[in-house]
Design a protein around this ligand. Sequence first.
Ligand SMILES: O=c1ccn([C@@H]2O[C@H](COP(=O)(O)O)[C@@H](O)[C@H]2O)c(=O)[nH]1
Length: 235
Amino acid sequence: MQRPLIIALDLDDAAKRRELLAQLQGESLFVKVGMELFYREGRQVIHELKENGHQIFLDLKLHDIPNTVQRTMRELASLDIDIVNVHAAGGIKMMSAAREGLEQGTLAGKERPILIAVTQLTSTDEETMRSELLINQPLDDVVKSYATFAQESGVDGVVCSAKEVPLIHDSCGSSFYTVCPGIRRAEDAIGDQKRVVTPQEARELGSWGIVVGRSITNAEHPFEVYQAMKQDWEG
Ligand SMILES: O=c1ccn([C@@H]2O[C@H](COP(=O)(O)O)[C@@H](O)[C@H]2O)c(=O)[nH]1
């Protein structure tokens, strides 16, 4: 799999989603289906995107008891998606259960979806961690430990800010997947994100993949922004 620029399809409705994809037509796309889209359109949207040849990161960030996560992953694996995720905060037993469920649900002759774990949301900073999540360790140490626990659980990689990729490579090796949201061009509004880098910085820091939402979905000319960001990312 090539190092992807993954487009977050966070749009108001199916018409806007189809319109955006039509504008980007001609490109082979890697798209992210988040909670908003999956809860609105369900399994059908996965079938539609696959029929149109797109690769899919299903970003539902499961976080529940191990039994529930295992059974849910079994269901999601049958969708034949490319990447799926959990919250590392669910712990080692939950992450191992997620991997087991995926293996059980993967269809004969298909590859098991890549499983990644969210370390700390890119909308979180150290101050929020300390004052609201009551985590007193430095953010980098928490991300590094969660990535190590994820790897010990049989998870294939993490969701993190590109800023943390070098330290994750140090502890988990450079073949451990690092999927990085919180991507902005210098001129973009940062919005609710806290740990932000440009596509070029993400490349230089060694990220495996980047996730881009509003910079493209809110752009007046999405195709131009997509191409510019892709060029920046690919170098
Ligand atoms: O830590 C995380 C995990 C997931 N996301 C998701 O990525 C996109 C980012 O969208 P932007 O509009 O580019 O900010 C969005 O779907 C999030 O749910 C994340 O941002 N951070």
